[in-house]
Every structure is written in C-alpha cells, then in structure tokens.
Design a protein around this ligand. Structure first.
Ligand code: ATP
Ligand code: MG
Length: 518
C-alpha cells in the first residue's frame, strides 16, 4: 500500500468508467493538478476484472453503470482494495447499498463534473482510511495472538501447579482473605478426610482444627498466627490435626501470607505433614536413653555398693568377700554386654559390622549359650529345654555373632515368660542345606500390631504396668546377624500363649567372604 504522507508517493489507481468523456475529464484533471497517479482505465466490468486479476492497485474508482454489468460485480471481486463508488444524481440509495457492500466512499456525479474536484481528496481519505483499518486489523490480530498465547501459558502454568500440588507429599491448603478455603491438594484431602469439592469456599475453622496432642484442647493454628503477625509462622511441636470422623494425627505445620505485588495480603497458605512416625521415633529415642541409663546404672550401682562394702568392712569373712567379688564380676559382664550391644548397633548403623566366615560347630555354640542362660532361667523359674539332633553339619559363619543371636532369642524368651513357663530351643537342618533354629516360649506373646516393628532398633512393646528392662536393641542385632548370614527370621506369636522365633541360615552363605575382623 502506498504511503499518503510521503510527497513522492504515487497512487496506483484503477478507474472503471465506460463514459469516454468522464475518462478524458479524469485524465485532464490528473494532468492539470499534476497528481502522482499511476492509473489504468477499464471501460467495462470484464476488462476491469481481467486487469485486477494480474495487477495490484491502491484504490479502485468505479462508475455504477457499466456496459456489461454494474459496479457491484466489481465490488464482489475486490477483496482488499479500497473502492470509491460513483453514481448519478438521485441514486444516493444505491450509494448507501454500495457502502454496505464494502465500498470505502461514494461520489455523486454531476453533469458539470464538479465531483472531479473532490475526487483527489476522496481518494486520499479512502487510502488513509484503508491504511488505518489495516493497522487496526493487524493490531487486533496481534492482540488475539497475544491473548491466545497468554491463555495457553496460564493454562499450562495452572496445569503445572495443579500437578505439582497434587503430587506433593506435604498437605497444602490456601484460604482467601476471609479465611475460606480456595486450595486443598490431594495430601490435604488424605490427612483431613475431606474432599476439596466438599470444603471449597468453606471457612477453614469449620473443616478442621489444630489441637494440642496431649491436652486435646484447640490451640492457635499457624494460620491464626499469620492473621495477626502477617508473617511466616510455624506450629508447635505438640500440634495435632483434629480431622474428619474424629481422626487425629500429629502434624508439623507452617503458614505464610499470600501477598499481591503491592504487598496487600490476599490470603494464607499452610503446608503441613503427618509426623506420627517422627514422633514415634522421638518417643523411642527418649525411651532408649532412659533404658540405657537405667541398664547402665543398675549394674554400676551394685558394683559400687559391693566394692565399697569390701573396702570398708575390714572384718569381712573371705568367703563373703569372694561372693561379692563374683557378683561384681557378673555385673561387669552385664555392663560389657550392654556396651557391646550398643557398639554393634553403632557399627550396624555405619555399615561396619564385620562378619567372619569360618566353620562353626553349631551344637557347641548352642551348648555354650544354653549353659550361660541356665542360671537366668532358674532364677526366673522357667524351664529351659533343648531339642537338637546328635549331630549337626558345620555352618560357615561368625561364631560369636551366631552365639549372640541365639542368646538374644533365649534371653528374650526367658525375660518375657512368667514363672513356671517353658522355653525350648530346637535345631535341625533341611534338605536344601539350611540350619533351622527355633526358640519357643509359653510367655506373654506379642500383640499382632507390634510384630512388624519388633526388629526395628530401640522398639519395645508397650506393656503398661510391667517393668521389664531392655533397650530394644536385641532383635535389631539378631535381624542384622541373620541377614548378614544370608538367612531369614520369622516370628509367630499369640498374646498370653507364647512366641516362636524361627531362623533359617544357609550352611554355606552365598555372600563373598569378608575380611576377618581384627
Ligand atoms: P534388649 O534386648 O536390647 O535388652 P528388649 O529385649 O526389650 O531389649 P528386643 O530384644 O529387641 O528388645 O525385643 C523387642 C521387643 O520385642 C521387646 O521389648 C518385647 O516386647 C518383644 N519381644 C521380643 N521377644 C519376645 C518374646 N519372646 N516374647 C514376648 N515379647 C518379645
Ligand atoms: Mg532382648
């Protein structure tokens, strides 16, 4: 399109006019006014169409009545070129119709051809108008593209946010400025027991509350705190979520204000997670510390008491002295066992528990362990029975560790069996060359829900009212020893009836031999 602002601009014009006199008048005007028109004249519709099919013009000036048709026939075939329509006096209606059909402007021809005087201005305006129209169209198209692109971007961002939120392990809830829920991810649904659809736009206080884990009384939630401080806030270490259907679970929560660019707070987002496991571990750790301290203090107190008595009682008969020294010796062994257990656990944790591979005479190990345990069994008035064949094949493994495994299992069996109970150790081999050791007791049993946890470090079954000492390390050590010998361990138990631990150990483990420990 030619640029009307430039002095040097030449307009390419197609004039469609069948009247020779009008044609000549037009030519004369162009010449007289020295107009920069590069024009072509067509005398009829077909000629105009033919020219239009091969040439481009900035504007078409077309008379209404043409020998082989009308200006409308031409209007139909011009798509994007401004057209000025000319018609005789008294045909204004036609002119209006032409404008509606897409003409840019019209001129009423007069016999004196005065219309030619305004023609240059009309042409200039039509071209300027067309240019403005084209720019507007381009602007609209750009705008549409931009809106489309932004909409797609927003949809993608929304999708990404939705996927991220729903795949997050942490629960995320957001409320608006009126504390009504506007966001609730999958983890939040799982923890609270509510579906997003059920709580959308509900006041958060109606959906769940945060309570103190111990007192069960409602406490200030991090969201309440943010409402006051307008800053990031965390809950306390005793927070629990009072969820749907009376369910409660300990949580760790943090909330933060949602702000617009200008700093106005438009809502609050809270992230929280179920910390039951962490609290359980914390509980087990503190139980463990108090157990270890107790276990260490008991033999130490008695060692100290007996040593002091020997030191200060000069007249003590030699026999009593020897008896006291024997007790001191025993208690020292207990201390050493406990410390060894702790060391084993710490080696296991750091992956440094070494297992020796050497031929082990299992029967000899069993005998030795049984005689160690006999005194304990007698003291507790528990029958200790042995059920083993005359001979057992050699096992490749770590003698000390296997002894520790058997003595842990028998020790537990005696410890958790009341007076007059019975503990049986049996050993046999299978056809696929496995040693099977069973330790059964007629003791207090283990609740089903605790069975999967008893091999965990520091785990002790909660037995209210029963003071049974221990650190909860024994079975963790047993399990590690079994696994390191390529074996497996299983437990069956019935409350108040008894428990059986069964260990399978391959006589020749598959694992590559490890260096012999120093
Ligand atoms: P530790 O062995 O370190 O002195 P512990 O005996 O309490 O302490 P584990 O040997 O690891 O710890 O046993 C874990 C828990 O499993 C025990 O506290 C006990 O409640 C339960 N348990 C283990 N063996 C038996 C058993 N034969 N009968 C009943 N409960 C058992
Ligand atoms: Mg034990």
């Amino acid at each position: 399109m030619a640029d009307e602002n430039t002095e040097a601009t030449t307009y390419r014009i197609l004039m469609v006019e069948d009247d020779r006199l009008d044609q000549m008048a037009f030519k004369r005007m162009v010449k007289e006014q020295n107009l920069r028109y590069d024009y072509t004249i067509a005398g009829c519709v077909s000629e105009a169409k033919e020219i239009l099919s091969r040439e481009n013009f900035d504007i078409v000036f077309v008379d209404y009545l043409l020998g082989d048709g009308t200006a409308f026939d031409i209007l139909e075939s011009i798509a994007d070129v401004p057209t000025v329509f000319a018609t005789g006096t008294g045909s204004e209606e036609l002119a209006v119709k032409a404008m509606k059909s897409g003409a840019s402007d019209y001129l009423i021809k007069d016999p004196a051809r005065n219309y030619l005087k305004v023609l240059p201005e009309v042409i200039k305006n039509a071209i300027r108008h067309k240019k403005a129209e084209d720019e507007l169209k381009r602007y609209h198209e750009n705008l549409i593209d931009l809106v489309k692109e932004r909409t797609e971007q927003l949809a993608e961002e929304k999708e990404l946010l939705a996927v991220t939120l729903s795949s997050m392990g942490d629960a995320v809830i957001a409320v608006d400025a009126e504390n009504k829920i506007i966001l609730f991810n999958k983890a939040a649904e799982k923890l609270t027991g509510w579906k997003f659809d059920e709580v959308h736009l509900k006041p958060i206080d109606e959906v769940f509350s945060i309570i103190d884990e111990q007192t069960k009384q409602p406490v200030e939630s991090p969201i309440d705190k943010v409402l006051i401080s307008r800053n990031i806030e965390s809950g306390s270490d005793h927070d629990a979520l009072a969820a749907r259907f009376g369910r409660q679970c300990p949580i760790s929560a943090t909330a933060a204000p949602i702000r617009k660019d200008d700093g106005t707070m438009t809502g609050i987002v809270m992230v929280f997670r179920d910390v039951s496991q962490k609290r359980e571990i914390d509980r087990m750790k503190s139980d463990f510390i108090s157990s270890v301290s107790h276990e260490l203090r008991t033999p130490l107190t008695s060692i100290k008491a007996y040593t002091e008595t020997i030191l200060y009682d000069r007249n003590m008969p030699e026999e009593t002295q020897r008896e006291f020294l024997r007790i001191i010796d025993e208690e020292s062994d207990c201390l050493a066992d406990l410390i060894n257990g702790l060391l084993d656990i710490s080696r296991m944790e750091s992956g440094n528990l070494e297992i020796v591979r050497e031929p082990v005479d299992v029967l000899a190990v069993i005998d030795c362990t049984m005689s160690d345990m006999r005194a304990l069994a007698q003291k507790k008035k528990v029958d200790l029975e042995l059920n083993v064949p005359q001979q057992l094949p050699e096992l490749i493994g770590d003698e000390n560790k296997i002894q520790s495994m058997i003595s842990n299992l028998i020790n537990n069996a005696i410890k958790f069996t009341p007076e007059n109970g019975r503990v049986v150790l049996s050993a046999t081999t299978t056809t696929d060359r496995q040693l099977v050791i069973k330790v059964s007791d007629t003791g207090m049993g283990i609740p089903t829900e605790d069975l999967p946890k008893i091999f965990g470090r520091f785990y002790r079954v909660y037995r209210p009212g029963k003071q049974i000492q221990g650190t909860g390390l024994g079975l963790a050590i047993v399990k590690e020893i079994v696994v390191r010998h390529d074996g497996r361990i299983e437990v069956e138990s019935e409350l108040d009836k008894g428990t059986t631990f069964t260990v399978w150990l391959p006589l020749t483990p598959q694992q590559a031999p490890l260096p012999v420990s120093a």
